[in-house]
Design a protein around this ligand. Structure first.
Ligand code: 6GU
Length: 251
């Protein structure tokens, strides 16, 4: 996978490329990455990348010429690349979209700043617009990092344990079960006994139950969207009976 990021703050990515799984994926050659300073494609003595909006109003708009020149320069080197604009108006980013993007060979991320990007860039130079949630950031850089992070960990061979990518939250549309490590008792709280038992089928059952109940309590919207297997329905029935018996005993 090749990532290219177009931004007026390329230094923001120096630390991002240099740490954790991204750094390892770069070192192992599963990922290549570069940043392009949009300002390098701006004209004139002041190298302006923004200007006042036509029609008035507050804030500044990113000028189309430097952005178009930067995108065209990058695209001429990788014509099959998918060009992604980070914008709060984009398609909501989720695990499914991360999986789609992980199947591309080459992604170009265009980070907007100021109030936004001249609409003619969105219309003519971008394949896909992505938003990372319903809130407003001051720029697309943090959003691009979120997308790159989520995509990188899905690439073949990037995560050490092959299982860990599909087991986690959302890849099964459930929140993940709880995790524990040593010590067996911390501040008076014990690790659930079943996890120390070595009984793998009991552990798998406990984890599924934990996932289902946590999802029910924290993100019931996910359960409503999702089909349930018989083993999952059985667990929810068990909890339903438990809750009903408590209510009956009190009324
Ligand atoms: Cl991708 N960009 C900006 N500026 N704000 C956002 C966003 C992106 N996603 C959510 N809010």
């Amino acid at each position: 996978m090749d990532f290219t990021v177009l931004t007026i703050f390329p230094e923001m990515f120096d630390a991002f490329w240099a740490h954790g799984i991204i750094r390892r994926a770069l070192n192992q050659g599963q990922v290549t990455a570069s940043t392009v300073n949009i300002r390098d494609y701006a004209e004139g003595r002041h190298k302006m990348t923004d200007d006042r909006p036509y029609g008035g109003g507050c804030g500044m708009v990113m000028k189309p010429e430097p952005l178009a020149a930067a995108i065209e320069a990058v695209r001429s080197n990788s014509p099959q690349a998918l060009t992604v604009l980070l914008t709060p108006q984009g398609r909501p980013f989720d695990q499914g979209l991360a999986e789609e993007l992980s199947r591309e060979n080459s992604l170009i991320f265009v980070c907007g700043r100021y109030e936004g990007v001249d609409d003619r860039i969105c219309d003519n130079h971008v394949d896909l617009e992505i938003s990372i949630g319903d809130y407003v950031l001051t720029g697309g850089e943090v959003a691009a990092m979120a997308v790159i992070d989520a995509v990188t960990r899905l690439l073949p061979g990037v995560l050490g344990n092959e299982d860990s990518a599909w087991q986690d939250s959302f890849s099964r549309d459930l929140l993940e079960h709880g995790h524990y490590t040593r010590p067996p008792e911390f501040n008076g709280e014990k690790v659930p006994e079943v996890l120390l038992s070595g009984n793998h089928s009991a552990i798998a059952k406990w984890r599924l139950e934990y996932s289902l109940v946590k999802t029910l309590l924290k993100r019931s919207d996910l359960l409503k969207e999702r089909p349930l297997e018989q083993s999952e329905l059985d667990i929810l029935h068990k909890w339903q009976k438990e809750i009903e018996s408590i209510i009956r005993s009190k009324s």
